[in-house]
Design a protein around this ligand. Structure first.
Ligand code: PRT
Ligand code: ZN
Length: 298
């Protein structure tokens, strides 16, 4: 009888905007795999995880069908697939946790001269989009009837070529809209990448997933946190601690041969900006050092 190790199967985007960030996240979780972009499948070396590289639109279906137990995909794709796909199993796919990358928004954008005064301005108009499901939902919520032209790509050219009065597309920097003479009129859906899970995961795989989630949480928390060190006059400690962002109990250390000053070390769970450092300096801190944290487990 041969022993077969239980492994968790994860679907990620093969190539595209989420591909590098998805791989990078796994690497930061200490999961190494053979780097090949051509393969559909690869096995992680030091963790019971197998990776499937697929198109992002197929990830929810991979997870719903049980080919993979988990996946990494944009919320926009998950929600759209659930709305438009005939595969009823998709409704059982759940978001496990947001991953913080691939942030974008699905927005209505209008050409110059279109006087947008809310969804009502779209009544009777023609809208081009690759997200007919999410757009229909939005229009239904707003009680507005409009015609939707479904396009697979290059949605932003539709108004210029006379195919549509306005568009509904993903936006991140807004540069594509600007280049095409369009203005963002209204955000209808905000999105980022998420870890998703299907129904019916067995106990052994759930255990592997729990370990993975713990590591991902550690990576995300470390990404958002900084270790900050500075010297502080003893009398200014209360003021300085009040300025430290997202830190509950800083460590206070003696400085050799000094009784007027101490060293303060703290983990800050919120952004430490130049303004924060200026505020600290203003409150009496000196020799301020801010360093990144690589890993963190609470
Ligand atoms: O081949 P495959 O099907 O896997 O990939 P794809 O071409 O369908 O998707 P891809 O790789 O372009 O995007 C994958 C996911 O990245 C999306 O589903 C979103 O969740 C996320 N994402 C984040 C974006 C953007 N930002 C984004 N800006 N996806 C697309 N865009 C496009 C947008 O459609 C528009 O054309 O970028 C342009 C706008 O960008 P800005 O910066 O000019 O505003
Ligand atoms: Zn796609």
């Amino acid at each position: 009888m041969s022993f077969q190790e239980t492994r968790l199967k994860l679907a990620i985007q093969k190539s595209g905007r989420l591909a590098d960030d998805s791989r990078e996240l796994l690497e930061k979780c200490g999961i190494r795999f053979i780097k090949s972009r051509d393969q559909l499948f690869c096995t992680a070396q030091d963790f019971p995880l197998d990776l499937f590289f697929v198109r992002d639109d197929d990830i929810p279906a991979f997870v719903a069908s049980g080919v993979c137990q988990i996946g990494i995909v944009g919320q926009n794709v998950l929600s759209e697939e659930i709305l438009v796909s005939k595969n009823s199993k998709l409704k059982s796919v759940k978001e496990v946790m947001p991953l913080g990358f691939g942030k974008c928004r699905l927005s209505i954008a209008t050409p110059h001269g279109f006087d947008y005064r809310g969804a009502e301005s779209l009544r009777g108009k023609v809208l081009a989009t690759s997200y007919s499901g999410l757009l229909s939902e939005f229009l239904k919520d707003q009680n507005v009837e409009a015609e939707i032209v479904d396009m697979r790509g290059a949605v932003e050219i539709a108004p210029r070529v006379g195919m549509a009065d306005a568009i509904c597309d993903l936006v991140s920097t807004g540069a594509t809209l600007a280049v095409n003479g369009l203005s963002e009129a209204e955000v209808i859906f905000s999105s980022q990448s998420v870890l998703i899970q299907g129904l019916g995961i067995d106990a052994q795989r759930q255990e592997i997933l729990d370990r993975l989630i713990l590591r991902i949480n550690g990576v995300l928390q470390a990404q958002n946190s900084k270790y900050i060190m500075f010297h502080a006059p003893v009398g200014a400690l209360d003021d300085l601690c009040a300025v430290l962002p997202g830190s509950d109990a800083p460590t206070i250390l003696e400085l050799q041969g000094r009784d007027d000053k101490v060293a303060v070390h703290a983990v800050c769970n919120e952004g430490v900006f130049w303004e924060t450092m200026e505020d600290l300096r203003h409150a009496g801190a000196s020799d301020i050092l801010v360093v990144p944290i690589e890993k963190m487990l609470e």
